[in-house]
Design a protein around this ligand. Structure first.
Ligand code: 2HG
Ligand code: ZN
Length: 462
């Protein structure tokens, strides 16, 4: 890559205000939420149109400049880090809702629209955009698509991929591709749209998307359970799912609950602490169904499967319960924290978690794991806080050891090294544990087709 970046040549494409080398901007836009690296971008560009993005890519191709596409920068795998003087392309100014179609229903947006704004827009039209997670207020739809974001409602509504009916991207060749054009049925060859979803900015820069919407759920009921074992969590899941229209089934451990209490001052939902907590949410189907669910909770409580249960009484309590789960990233951010998001088949979650817990107890006795996650879809978040008595350097070194053992176990279980955060820089040494040699070489071949100059987010994924 060229050392001197010829930014002056961009003056035909961008206004001066769309190019920043302000040290504060370089620091803000050169990173995401991953806490492991120091950003070092050369400049930040703020295009406002797809044509401008195309102009930037053509300029980068000609001048051998590496580009890092950047959304809301809430990623946790360093997929949006510019470490080596790359030029960051922020989509923040491409934040318009372009078209709403009430018949389908769908909405066409620019990539920089904040996820929560998209949700609110859908609600203002009487519809619902169901992909949801704690970073909704900062993350952007383009970034959500680039990482195929999941979150808390995947159990009912699936991942971001499921909602993208049209996608506009600028490839590393400078081509503008309009993929699938909002169609529901389209059997005309390869569906390239799905290649770009989850490609972490390595094949093209997402500029616009058409997003399907759905009817909003009826009344939602939030319940928090206290449980004594993982097996019980799965038993309750199987039984509750039979009677309740679940929208979420989330879990966290007593160690996680302690972080919420100590760091955020959140009250425990129960009089005494529980080994495991589950939050489940369901869409109410009427009094008869509500009765059935309550009966089941009572029965499971009297059988000792459920230790304690509390049903939210109003929307304020709904939010307070959800915060117990959603704010765990914040509750574990007071000290350096090792984190990983992995997935295994849902039925294998207990065995996997026990395997990892045993490995850590044996090989890393001074580490204590804070587990939480979307247990209903097999996605676990493993967090380990740096022990107070350990220095950062030793901690990070030992975390590499955890990575190796964790990802080896993931391979043995046939799971994924990243369920929803992406590979980015953080997980790229471990991709081979989830993907075969043949798959990785097919991915590299695809990269060479769409980004022959290797200018798009180089060094990410592989
Ligand atoms: C969540 O589910 C997010 O809260 C963040 O995916 C997970 O901080 C984490 O490890
Ligand atoms: Zn998550």
């Amino acid at each position: 890559m060229a050392k001197k970046i010829p930014l002056q040549k961009l003056s035909r494409i961008l206004k001066p205000a769309q190019i920043s080398q302000d040290p504060q901007d370089l620091d803000i836009y050169g990173r995401d939420w991953t806490d492991l690296y120091q950003p070092h971008p050369s400049a930040i560009l703020f295009p406002e149109t797809t044509k401008q993005v195309q102009g930037i890519v053509q300029w980068a191709l000609k001048n051998k400049v590496a580009l890092v596409p950047s959304g809301g920068r809430t990623g946790l795998s360093a997929g949006a880090f510019a470490l080596h003087g790359e030029v960051v392309v922020s989509l923040a100014k491409m934040n318009k809702v372009l078209h709403f179609d009430a018949t389908e229903p769908s909405v066409q947006v620019q990539a920089g629209v904040i996820t929560e704004n998209l949700q609110n827009f859908a609600a203002s039209k009487g519809f619902y955009y169901p992909v949801d997670f704690a970073s909704r207020g900062s993350s952007q739809i383009g970034g959500n698509i680039a990482t195929n974001a999941g979150g808390i409602k995947v159990l009912r509504y699936g991942m971001t991929r499921q909602w993208v009916t049209g996608l506009q991207v600028v490839t590393g060749n400078g081509d503008i591709l309009d993929l699938n054009k909002g169609l529901i049925k389209n059997a005309s060859g390869y569906d390239l749209r799905h290649l770009f979803i989850g490609s972490e900015g390595t094949l093209g820069i997402i500029t616009e998307a058409t997003i399907a919407l759905c009817p909003p759920p009826r009344d939602l009921q939030v319940v928090v359970l206290g449980l004594s074992s993982l097996e019980m969590i799965m038993t309750v899941f199987e039984k509750i799912r039979d009677v309740a229209q679940l929208t979420a089934y989330e879990m966290w451990t007593d160690a996680a609950q302690r972080c919420s209490r100590e760091q955020l001052g959140y009250a425990d939902p129960f009089k005494q602490s529980m080994p495991f907590y589950v939050l489940f949410e369901y869409e109410k189907q009427g009094p008869e169904n509500d009765e059935k669910i309550l009966d089941l909770i009572e029965r499971l409580s009297s059988q000792g499967v459920i230790q304690d249960a509390v049903l939210s009484q109003n929307s304020q309590q709904d939010r307070a319960f959800w915060k117990l789960r959603e704010d765990l990233t914040e509750a574990t951010s007071h000290r350096p924290c090792y984190k990983n998001d992995v997935s295994v088949r849902v039925s294998q979650v207990p065995q996997f978690l026990v395997t990892i817990d045993q490995m850590i107890k044996k090989d890393y006795p001074d580490f204590s794991v804070v587990w939480f996650g979307h247990i209903g879809d097999g996605n676990l978040h493993i967090n380990i806080l740096q022990p107070e008595s350990m220095d950062v350097k030793t901690f990070l070194k030992r975390c590499h050891g955890v990575d190796k053992a964790l990802f080896k176990a993931i391979e043995d279980f046939g799971g994924s090294i990243s369920a929803e955060h992406g590979v980015g820089l953080v997980k790229k040494p471990y991709l081979k544990h989830s993907r075969s040699k043949a798959e990785i070489s097919a991915m590299k071949a695809l990269k060479a087709i769409f980004d022959p100059g290797g200018i798009l987010n180089p060094g990410k994924i592989f």
